[in-house]
Design a protein around this ligand. Structure first.
Ligand code: MTE
Ligand code: MO
Length: 564
């Protein structure tokens, strides 16, 4: 019995079996390469976000964490210490198979493959965003990766689509590809590229060369992005590993203990010490600089008699101090949250500066971070006896990377942009009339002592309060001058003195509360205002000014609804 004839042999529009197989492979390849783009681009973007925030590693880590006990035991029994490579290999296998299906299923008007990439992206997104250390930024590697992957898939699929060629005269010099991978075309068109003898519009065909050019480029981009991401992230991963083993030096000169009554513990009010994960972060770094203690140097030069370079050993050989200091950002709006209080351990700057034989004409220390950000600090503020330090620890932990690991400046009383250089690596003693730092060049002030500020933490703005006693509470700061009083008023009535928490030091913020006895007469809406008086007896100005150039001023007002 003879086999039924291949339909292709009767149907002129149907390519022979070999070409159909080639086309299927090409389609599968588009899916696999598109997935490669998702993973490669995701890995590259993750460098700017956080190690392991890429879809591949987030899914891998989530798989490890969520795997049922039996699966874990099976993996360890079967692969022993190779369980992680085995997991990654398994993950790659699953991705390759699904991606191949996606490539085969994709059609211009029925983008099933793109939808599959989106679905895979949703899995990656879920895994990334549910990692314990995840922030909203952890979405970026997956989102950007999937967008790039879908773009690449469409590009490659387009290169596979039959194309109506414009007539060319003279005839193309290049010989026709022998076996173009295509489908659904007159078989005549498959065997050769059209010649000038054919009519315009009839010259259809798929250029194998074009497909290989496009898919080859996609493969190259995917591989480069992956390799680049892994290489760029490697140093950061090393620094994170180093930080995990960092030993905080013993400190003889400890911070004064926090007296009872420093924290007033009103629910919703700012705690006296800000935990590291809740500490505000402000910097220009797109990617957290990865500086290891091993590579860290502080080059000291400029108007000094003795230039020197400190390394980690030199820094940690110096006697450290521990102090509690409240940092504030100049960009903080009235009532804003860009302030935090931490226990810092570091090397006092004053002792170090005393050894440098600084030219008395030098009034500015221009410090530079590992990523080139600059800060100009009055030398006087570093030598006048306040606890300016090169800090290496924050709240009992090595500095978090985003807060300046391994060394940052902490200077009580000055806004961060003129004092708090993170990842500091260079000190130049100079003058304010010779040098300008990063933000000063952009219109901000040159010298910026912190302005007196007071903030209502509870109740929330627009909250409904009462009836009865309502505890109004918050914090106030005027670093290096201290807070002497806080007052609150309702609807521009008389000012009431708030009860102040214990003062820790003039360099830290101070909590306060005031009990408001709401009466039926208060029912409706009420405006609460707060103002502080600093340690010099100066009352916070009511004049509203914006943060630029030297910090916002004005009293915070909030409106609440009162049930009488
Ligand atoms: N290297 C570097 N250090 C920097 C900055 C920066 O952009 N780059 N920003 C400064 C500003 S404006 C502030 S308010 C503080 C914030 O410190 P934090 O992120 O640890 O809260 O860091 C300062 N140090
Ligand atoms: Mo800042």
């Amino acid at each position: 019995m003879t086999r039924p004839q291949e339909p292709a042999q009767t149907d002129p529009d149907r390519p022979p079996r070999g070409r159909r197989a080639a086309l299927l492979c090409a389609r599968a390849a588009t899916g696999i390469l598109a997935a490669g783009i998702v993973l490669g681009v995701g890995e590259l973007v993750s460098v700017a976000v956080a190690p392991n925030s890429s879809p591949f590693f987030a899914v891998g880590a989530t798989t490890v964490d969520r795997a049922p006990a039996w699966a874990r035991e099976f993996a360890i029994d079967t692969f022993a210490t190779n369980d992680k490579p085995a997991l990654f290999a398994g993950l790659v296998l699953v991705i390759v198979v699904l991606a191949a299906v996606a490539g085969v299923a994709e059609r211009p008007l029925r983008p099933v493959g793109s939808a599959m990439l989106l679905a895979g992206g949703a899995v990656g997104l879920y895994a990334a965003l549910t990692r314990p250390e995840a922030t909203a930024a952890w979405a970026a590697p997956t989102v950007v990766g999937v967008a790039a992957g879908i773009g690449a898939l469409r590009l490659m699929q387009k290169a596979l689509a039959p194309k109506t060629l414009a007539p060319k005269t003279p005839a193309p010099k290049t010989p026709a590809p022998k076996t173009p991978a295509t489908r659904g075309l007159p078989s005549a068109a498959l065997a050769h590229t059209a010649t000038s003898a054919e009519q315009p519009g009839e010259r259809q065909g798929v250029s194998r060369r074009r497909f290989f050019a496009v898919s080859g480029s996609v493969a190259a981009v995917a591989a480069a992005a992956w390799a680049g991401g892994r290489a760029l992230g490697a140093h950061l991963r090393d620094v994170i590993a180093e930080r995990a083993h960092f030993r905080i030096p013993a400190v003889a000169d400890r911070a004064a203990p926090i007296p009872p009554g420093t924290d007033i513990d009103v629910p919703g009010s700012t705690p006296f010490i800000t935990p590291n994960p809740r500490f505000y972060r402000i910097d220009t770094a797109l990617q957290v600089p990865a500086v290891s203690t091993h590579d860290w140097r502080l080059r000291i030069h400029g108007m000094v008699g003795r230039e020197r370079t400190l390394d980690w050993g030199d820094l940690t050989a110096r006697t450290p101090i521990e102090r509690i200091v409240t940092l504030t950002c100049v960009s903080n709006e009235v009532g804003g949250s860009l302030a935090g209080n931490a226990t810092w351990i570091g090397c006092p700057m004053r002792d170090l500066i005393a050894e440098l034989d600084v030219d008395p004409e030098s009034d500015m220390l221009l410090s530079t971070s590992a990523d080139g950000f600059t800060v100009g600090t009055p030398v006087a503020a570093l030598t006048d006896g306040r606890d300016a330090m090169l800090a290496i620890a924050m709240n009992g932990a090595p500095l978090p990377l985003e807060h300046g690991y391994p060394v940052r400046q902490v200077v009580p009383g000055l806004y961060g942009f003129v004092s708090a250089t993170k990842w500091v690596v260079d000190w130049e003693f100079t003058r304010f009339d010779r040098a300008q730092a990063y933000w000063t060049r952009r219109g901000w002030g040159a010298k910026a002592p912190i302005k007196t500020a007071s903030r209502i933490d509870v109740p929330d703005a627009f909250a409904t309060v009462g009836p009865g006693r309502v505890r109004v509470a918050g914090t106030a700061w005027a670093q290096h001058r201290g807070i002497a009083a806080v007052e609150v008023r309702v609807d521009e009535g008389p000012w009431h003195r708030a009860t102040l928490a214990e003062e820790y030091s003039i360099d830290t913020w101070r909590q306060w509360f005031w009990d408001w006895d709401v009466t039926a007469a208060d029912a409706g809406s009420a405006t609460l205002q707060v103002r502080a008086t600093d340690g010099d007896g100066v009352v916070q100005t009511p004049e509203r000014t914006p943060p630029i150039p030297g910090g916002a001023t004005g009293w915070q007002s909030i409106v609440v609804t009162v049930r009488g």
